[in-house]
Ligand binder design. Structure first.
Ligand code: HMG
Ligand code: MG
Length: 301
């Protein structure tokens, strides 16, 4: 346990990664109230939506309205995903100043998710990044399937590291390595971080862990031991990627908070406000999938 509490930055991805994976679209007013309540809980970053094709992800087709109408709290970064220049233009027109580019460590997943190979996606992102930086945006770069791919199996760390390196060269300020299908075990996460942190400082690294097999917190422990202090989570373990079979839920924010508190880390999140955000969503959408325990997630596959 650290003697002076160390701060861990939580990135709340529920509004984006969570709501993209529901069978129906949550009404826009509720999304906005949910994000506003998360802002009040004090998250340093909230991933709000995606400017992707509404055909691919109809659940987030209201991205413009969400980004225009949320109340921005000083100290919180409001992120949105963009897959291409069209997405960038939409995001900038909606007032975004923090964007996430999302690449993958395997061509198979890249094709399934965004319809192009890794190389083609990075070529696209090169133009997007130049324009986004010129517009003053902060950039996160995701490397999906950094440990396991639902289509091709285990992924060599060097492949994920190479994609992270190329995203960093494009100007991404932060690199988020993702266990998209929640299959990683601590040794695998250690190997990945060992390789990644050889050239990238831990301050620029985030981990994005789905919790399919209930190992996400073990993997957080590894990330913390390697000095990573930015961790993604979603309220009540919402979420998953519609293009990654077997990715039902993110690491639940509440479980991450318990875990950090038990180990003496400071997280800066107001738990009562978080509970209000969660209650608000639950009361508005009674049928929303609840995957806030590993058992529930295993049962929902
Ligand atoms: P495509 O069909 O190959 O692209 O989609 P296209 O350029 O041929 O365009 C097809 C149609 O989409 C056209 O419309 C375009 O205008 C439109 P049409 O002429 O047919 O009416 N279009 C767009 N519309 C709005 N916004 C745009 C846009 N781009 C094209 N930005 C595309 C390619 C990438 C757009 C598509 O495959 C797509 O949107 N995919 C969504 C992928 C996605 O959102 N995945 C989930 C997020 S990633 C994730 O969850 C993983 C993560 O959590 C980390 C982890 O856990 O691993 C981040
Ligand atoms: Mg995800």
């Amino acid at each position: 346990m650290p003697s002076v509490p160390e701060r861990v930055r939580l990135v709340e991805v529920g509004p984006r990664d969570g709501l993209q994976n529901e069978a129906f679209s949550v009404p826009t007013d509720i999304k906005i109230a949910f994000i506003d309540a998360l802002s009040q809980a004090g998250f340093p970053a909230i991933e709000c939506t995606s400017f992707v094709s509404p055909r691919a992800v109809p659940q987030l087709a209201d991205a413009e309205e969400v980004m225009r109408r949320i109340a921005r709290r000083p100290g919180t970064r409001y992120l949105a995903l963009v897959p291409n220049e069209r997405g960038l233009e939409r995001a900038l027109a909606a007032g975004c100043d923090a964007l996430a580019l999302f690449a993958a460590a395997t061509d198979a997943f890249s094709q399934a998710n965004i319809g192009v190979s890794i190389d083609e996606s990075l070529q696209r992102y090169a133009t997007v990044a130049v324009r986004a930086k010129a517009a003053g945006c902060w950039l996160r770069g995701y490397v999906s399937v950094a440990v396991h791919c639902p289509y091709t199996g285990p992924v060599e760390p060097q492949r994920a590291v190479e994609v992270a390196r190329r995203l960093a060269e494009l100007g991404c300020d932060e690199l988020a390595v993702a266990d998209t299908i929640g299959k990683a075990v601590p040794d695998e996460v250690a190997r990945l971080l060992e390789a990644l942190l050889r050239w990238l400082p831990a301050e620029r690294v985030a981990v994005h862990l789905h919790d399919t097999t209930g190992r996400a917190l073990d993997n957080v422990a590894v990330a913390l031991a390697y000095g990573v202090r930015t961790i993604d989570a979603a309220v009540a373990g919402l979420g998953g990627c519609p293009f990654a079979p077997g990715a039902p839920g993110n690491l639940a924010t509440e479980r991450l908070l318990d875990f950090l508190e038990a180990r003496g880390y400071d997280h800066g999140i107001d738990r009562r406000a978080l509970e209000r955000a969660r209650t608000l969503l639950w009361e508005a959408i009674p049928g929303l999938a609840r995957t806030d325990s590993p058992t529930a997630q295993l049962g929902s596959q």
